[in-house]
Write a protein that binds this ligand. Structure first.
Ligand code: UAG
Ligand code: ATP
Length: 548
């Protein structure tokens, strides 16, 4: 029996109530895998798919995949004991299963990871016949995925849709949000969630697609209506090795197997954006790709003429921005976002154009933008305003480009106002970005307070020092910062920033956004930057009142 999803459950256990049962022979035909039958006889029907033995429910196919740490075949006996009825694996895995006498039918493929998505799509029926399905949007890029997906779903709700969301912060597949573990879940979860969303009457879903997801085949078997590209800057080089490989991973999304249409943000500060637009046009056809050039990039082209859309009449409105999107054919859309930062103009433009390119008429979209102001939605931990005087924000910037942009967007216009930043770098991830983040912080802020992020299994002290080395070197070379401090724990660093701040300053606590715990070598230490910052500001304001 397959458990149907419960509100409030975790994403791993959320499944549609009516999977389509398949015989192992059906799945062997679908995948072209060699079928090694079970010694004990005929196989039961497959009604679910997992790639972690700990998630097996009776009737599941267990995909025993080779991993960086261990081969999943090692857990096949556990999967069988939990009720798995078949295994999909590679030849090494099949040999290990035979040696361990695991008595289940085995599908043997040289590329089993590539088949997990298509098998899950078939079992969960996540892609029903045309017309009965749901609209699907994908956003990829180094920064801006989460914000853009929130913007897309907000516009779609303004247009009357019931929306779903899959991303870094949460999964929305009904009324109760479910916290996320990954930006893009594993392939079995992606397909079970999409099928569940359809079952619950969700008509359009936006999801973030990380480069890890494309590399690890997590969205194989999914076909999007519109895919969007935000930008590509340094991150995740631990996985991809080089920017060219990182680009190649993201570029997989802009192919006919994965999407019908694409929208690409072009920036002359991001050479990869031009390359992505060209790649998308070559793969999807010129008519299926729209490009939008950011301010200062009016002449940006991608080898096929100027950008389709440009931004005009940018005007600051409070902390947000109003602007006009103008097509080369004369069409216009008036857009407003209440979120601060120039990068949110880019995210807003991308979201609007993705919705437009899904087939919504310009007039209908304009009415929704005018009547509902959907791009003023709040995105947890993304440029989230926690207090004023000093202007105090929590943001998720955790790579060099995001940090530069976040710091520039909070720079007080007032000549006396200073920028104070509190941040750290993650352990066991792209170590090359640590000194770079230290340098950009020293270049863009007046007071740099370096602390811990998620050290994971690394010793946090050397991480802090590597970030500080970049900051100190920049100061020696004449960077803006007057102070570079190294302070832990993070809560103390935040309180120090608040104590040092004057009312005209801006404080930005960067890197952790919506997260509510730090990982110290497997120990989860509760900490929410927003709570710490709010409490420190409250203490400061009550102290100021007492002194008056
Ligand atoms: C670096 C990375 O992405 N690794 C992914 C990879 O893990 P791996 O190769 O190390 O797997 P392994 O630990 O050797 O285990 C081998 C196999 O045995 C299975 N297993 C293992 C133990 C067990 O008891 N039972 C069991 O079945 C595992 O599910 C796995 O399939 O394959 C696993 C599934 O096969 C993924 O879950 C795992 O992602 C882990 C969870 C992860 O943390 N990934 C992060 C870095 C990630 O994907 N991040 C991106 C981007 C975020 C961003 O943009 O900032 C994201 O989309 O979230
Ligand atoms: N278009 C953009 N360009 C550059 N930086 C951005 C952009 N949008 C957001 N940012 C910055 O990046 C941070 C992360 O934003 P967001 O969560 O929307 O991106 P993401 O791609 O989902 O990130 P991640 O993959 O790390 O979850 C924000 O807090 C902000 O500092």
């Amino acid at each position: 029996m397959v458990a149907s999803a419960q509100e409030g459950a975790d994403a791993q256990s959320m499944r549609p109530s009516r999977p389509v049962s398949h015989t192992v022979e059906d799945l062997a035909r679908l995948t072209g895998a060699q079928l090694v039958p079970a010694a004990s006889g005929a196989a039961a029907a497959v009604t679910g798919v997992v790639l972690n033995s700990r998630e097996v429910q009776p009737g599941d196919l267990y995909a025993a995949l080779p991993g960086a740490q261990v081969h999943g075949a090692r857990f096949a006996a556990d999967a069988a004991a939990a009720g798995a009825v078949a295994v999909l694996t590679d030849p090494d895995g099949a040999r290990a299963l035979a040696a361990a006498r695991v008595d289940l039918p085995v599908l043997v493929s040289t590329e089993p990871r590539c088949w997990v998505g298509p098998v899950a799509a078939a079992v969960y029926d996540s892609h029903p016949a045309a017309g009965a399905g749901q609209g699907l949007f994908a956003v990829t890029g180094t920064n801006g995925k989460t914000t853009t997906t929130y913007f897309i779903t907000s516009i779609l709700r303004a247009l009357g849709h019931t929306t779903g969301l899959i991303g870094t912060i949460e999964i929305l597949a009904g009324d109760t949000p479910v916290p996320s573990r990954l930006t893009t879940p594993e392939a079995p979860h992606v397909h079970s969630l999409l099928a569940l969303m359809r079952e619950r009457g969700i008509t359009v879903t936006a999801m973030e697609v990380s480069s890890h997801a494309l590399e690890f085949h997590r969205v194989d078997g999914v076909h999007y209506d519109v895919a969007g590209f935000t930008n590509l800057t340094q991150d995740h080089l631990d996985l991809h090795g080089s920017m060219a490989e990182y680009f190649a991973a993201k570029a997989q999304l802009f192919t006919r197997e994965r999407t019908r249409r694409a929208v690409v943000v072009l920036s002359d500060e991001d050479p990869w954006s031009v390359a992505m637009a060209r790649h998308a046009r070559e793969n999807l056809g010129v008519g299926n790709v729209s490009t939008v050039a950011l301010r200062g990039s009016d002449s940006a082209s991608c080898g096929d003429g100027a950008a389709d859309w440009t931004l005009r009449s940018l005007t600051r409105k409070g902390i947000g921005t109003s602007f006009v999107l103008q097509h080369t054919d004369g069409r216009e859309l008036r857009v407003h976002t209440g979120l601060p930062g120039e990068f949110n103009v880019a995210n807003a433009a991308l979201a609007v154009l993705m919705v437009l390119d899904s087939g919504v008429a310009v007039e209908t979209l304009q009415r929704a933008l005018d009547e509902h102001d959907p791009l003023t939605t709040s995105v947890p931990g993304r440029m989230q305003l926690v207090g004023t005087a000093p202007t105090s924000l929590v943001d998720f910037a955790h790579n060099p480009d995001a940090l530069v942009r976040a710091l520039r967007s909070v720079d007080p216009q007032d000549e006396h106002g200073r920028v104070i930043v509190v941040f750290g770098a993650t352990g066991q991830r792209d170590t090359t970005k640590r000194p770079v983040m230290g340098r950009v912080a020293a270049e863009e802020a007046d007071i740099v307070i370096i602390t811990d992020d998620d050290p994971h299994a690394e010793d946090p002290a050397p991480i802090r020092e590597q970030v500080a080395a970049g900051a100190r070197e920049a100061v020696a070379n004449g960077a803006r910062a007057t102070d570079v401090l190294v302070i832990e724990p993070r809560a103390t660093a935040i309180r120090t920033a608040v104590r040092m701040a004057r009312p005209e300053d801006s404080i930005i606590v960067a890197g952790r956004g919506h997260e509510t715990a730090q990982d110290f070598n497997g120990v989860s230490v509760p900490l929410d930057d927003r709570v710490e910052l709010r409490d420190a500001l409250a203490a400061l304001h009550s102290q100021t009142k007492e002194q008056k």
